[in-house]
Structure formats: structure tokens, C-alpha cells
Design a protein around this ligand. Sequence first.
Ligand code: NAI
Length: 329
Amino acid sequence: MKDPITISVTGAAGQIGYALLFRIASGAVFGPDQPVNLRLIEIEPALPALDGVVMELDDCAFPLLREVVPTADLAVGFSGANWALLVGSVPRKAGMERGDLLGINGKIFTGQGQAIAANAASDVRTLVVGNPCNTNALIAMANADGVPNDRFFAMTRLDENRAKSQLATKAGVHHSQVSNLCIWGNHSATQYPDFTNAKIDGKPVTEVITDRAWLEGEFIPTVQQRGAAIIKARGASSAASAANAAIDTVVSLCNPTAEGDWHSVGVCSDGSYGIAEGIIASMPIRTKADGSWEVVQGVPVDDFSRGKIDASVAELLEEREAVKDLIPG
Ligand code: NAI
């Protein structure tokens, strides 16, 4: 049996936490021979609820679960973390704009970035789920002195999964037949689910779904607005599907990507595809055999795609400007 790895999860008493922790502890993320320690971070008022979650983890008697540490202390919470899953933040409520969230949540991520730098394992990787996740990841990265920028990720996998599901339904195929689906830009209503490069059974989506009006006028807004549609229907934001996407993201970053395919995740831009350097933007990513990742190069960007990507990048630049006081140097 391998040595345990340590996973820190913020917002552990929240609804995504509740859908996420049990799957990590069961082995669904890191495999059936990888023991895990969980460090569960919450704000003080949520610690009683977190105790209940810990009791339920105990009651599962998971063979792979070793230590569980609930805490409101960031130094304790990120101690030795190999993965930091930053889920905790104030979720968007009906009628609330993402811009409102920036100010409320941005400050959380300065302290968490610093605490990760000071306490986590030297190989720590950080996935930000809490919204606005791209800019929160940027703030955490900028405050995590000494941790390389390529260890910070923002979750756009839920958008990728949503997009694959919509395309599969329209084409009458199973969603596993949809590949090469890239979400570009921000995890927000400006995100661009790129149907121009996506494939169904290896064929361009545009050859399988010839209804361009649907692709441009229905598919894109449906994916962009899916989060809002779920809030409207459920009275709460997506949780099980978000936890599932966090798992998919970590699994995709820990295992080599299938030849010719890619996955979507927000990473620190190196300027590829004309995306402003230094912002956290979603783009096509491949995980290599050695466990490192790279931006897939040479994905065609036509005029339609260019306009959509540029609009989402412009929003990310606005977000960065709005939180510039939280970004040192
Ligand atoms: P929730 O409100 O059920 O849980 C959030 C938890 O975070 C609460 O228990 C709260 O006490 C905790 N929290 C707040 N501030 C904290 C801090 N400073 N440190 C540690 N914990 C803190 O919310 P839910 O549904 O679990 O969503 C969490 C976040 O994930 C939200 O920001 C939501 O918008 C985001 N989200 C992101 C998605 C994505 O695709 N990137 C998809 C769905 C949700």
C-alpha cells in the first residue's frame, strides 16, 4: 500500500463538499490503492456542521481513509497538502451578479494562497472551484510566494461536461462519443464552449450537427446559462455535478490525456492563442506521461471563435483590474 497523500478541502461543510469528500475518501479520485488524509477547512460558524460531516465520514469506515482533521486554522488545514481544493466561498444567489462576488470572495483567497505557500507539501497543486474561480485562482497564485504558477487551476470542467452532454443529446449519441471540447476563457456567462473543434465519434461536430443556428444560438447560451438554470430549478447552485467535475479535473491532471484529445481547465496563460499572459484562463490542456501538463497548440481559431475568446478574456482582464489591490507586485 502506498503512503497516504493529503487533500485539503475548503468549504468542506458546504453542499459541494458534501458531494465531494465521500468520493475522495472512497478512492474514486486517486485510485483504489492510494490512502488519503483529509484536512477539512471551514469558517468558525460552520465547524459544528463540519463535525457532522466528519461523523459521517467515520461511519463509512472507508478502507482508504486515514486521518481526518476538521479546522478553521489555515496553517493546520493546508499542512502537508498535496492537493488543495478551494471550494469554500460565498455562492452566487439568485439575482446576484458575478461582479458582486469578486469583492466578497477575493479576500478569502489572499490568505489561502499565503497559507498554501507556507504549509503545503512541495508538490502541492491547487484547484479553485469557489467562484469567481478564475480570478480567485489568480489571487491565490499571486499570494503563494514560491509555489510555481503552473500548480494553480480554476475549474471549467463542469462547463465542458455540460457542453458534451448538450451536443450528445442533440446528435442522439452517448456523451462519451464527444471529444475535443474546449471551454475557453472565464467560468462565467462569457465562456466559449468551442463547438468548431469538438468531435463526435472523431468527426467534426459541425459535420454531425449541421444546424449552425442551433450551435451558435442555442448550444452556446444553454451551456453559458446552465448554472443559472440550475439555481432557478433547484433553488441552489449545482453541487453534485460540480463535485463530479472537480473529481474529473483532478483525475485528468493526474493521468495522461488520451492521444489527440484535451481537457478544459483554467491555467495561468503563457500568451498562447493571444490570451493575455498571467491571467487564469481556460484553454485546451493535455496531461503528459510524466504528470506535467501543457497547452495544446495549433487548435484552429476561426473568426467566430476569436470574437468569443476575446470577449471572455476581456472580462477576465476586467476582473483582474477589480481585484488589483489583492495582487502583490
Ligand atoms: P455552500 O454555500 O453550500 O458552501 C460553501 C462553504 O464554504 C460553506 O460551508 C461556507 O461556510 C464555506 N466557506 C465560506 N468562506 C470560507 C472560508 N473563508 N474558508 C473556508 N470555508 C469557507 O456553497 P457550494 O454550493 O458548496 O459552492 C461553493 C462554491 O463553488 C461557490 O462559490 C459556487 O459558486 C462555486 N461553484 C463553482 C462551480 C464551477 O464550475 N467552478 C460550479 C458550482 C459552484
